[in-house]
Design a binder for this molecule. Structure first.
Ligand code: C5P
Length: 232
């Protein structure tokens, strides 16, 4: 499939989130609701945003004991979202429980479950500080393979690892990539960033872009520019 664009609606202002969803929804493939918006406005906001055109990615990065994650993931699926995620660091039992929880309420597979490998805001010195002895790329590949074995549909991963994940996990494994920065945008707090075209060339399926679009003077034009770069 051609790579798709997902806009991260990161914010706490409900009116802004709904207005941005209405403005950008028809022009992008996905909208993403994350922790900031969810902790401010909860499931009602998700239901509201689900009424707009694109597919919805609920990015709560679930990470807890298997039973808790299974029930929380099932609740996310009941909201009608198309994609949700859990931390691969929660391990095999937790990832398998998440998939089971979702499939119980969504046997047809409308809601995909993916794993977060390493946050794109963590560079190797941050990982070393956390005690990781693996290089971040090895850890990402190991966690991506484990996620696939656990029945997950894909991973969130930096484009820097996308090509290797594709080779190891196959053509049907969804690779969702944040940390995208077109050359004209600021890096903000992201550390392992790549351009839209490099992410597409690396094999990413869904490019997640937040601030370069949402803080642009003209968000629709910024999204169109990124689409153009993705297809260039
Ligand atoms: O504004 P920016 O483009 O940096 O937004 C990136 C989005 O992707 C944020 O919503 C962030 O929470 C999310 N994300 C990330 N790194 C991950 C997983 C999700 O940046 N590994």
């Amino acid at each position: 499939m051609a790579a798709q664009l997902c806009v991260a609606l990161d914010g706490s202002d409900r009116d802004w989130i709904v207005a941005t969803a209405r403005q950008l929804g028809p022009n992008v493939d996905w909208l993403k609701i994350g922790l900031e918006a969810f902790t401010a406005h909860g499931p009602d906001l998700v239901r509201d945003v689900c009424s707009y055109e694109p597919s919805i990615f609920l990015d709560l990065k679930l990470h807890d004991i298997p039973t808790t994650v299974a029930r929380a993931a099932a609740n996310c699926a009941r909201l009608g979202v198309n994609l949700l995620n859990v931390h691969a660091g929660g391990g095999r039992a937790m990832m398998e429980a998440a998939v089971e929880g979702v499939r119980e309420v969504d046997p047809s597979g409308t809601t995909k479950v993916i794993a977060v490998t390493i946050l794109t805001s963590l560079d190797s010195s941050a990982l070393a500080e956390l005690g990781s002895t693996d290089q971040s790329e090895e850890l990402v590949l190991r966690w991506a393979k484990l996620a696939r074995q656990c029945g997950l549909d894909g991973v969130v991963a930096s484009a820097r690892e996308a090509a290797k994940i594709r080779r190891v996990c196959g053509p049907d494994f969804l690779i969702v990539t944040p940390g995208i920065r077109p050359s004209w945008a600021a890096g903000n707090d992201q550390r392992r960033i790549v351009t839209p075209v490099d992410a597409v060339l690396a094999g990413s399926d869904i490019l997640v872009v937040g601030r370069p679009i949402t803080t642009a003077d003209d968000p629709q034009a910024a999204a169109a520019n990124i689409f153009a770069e993705m297809n260039s």
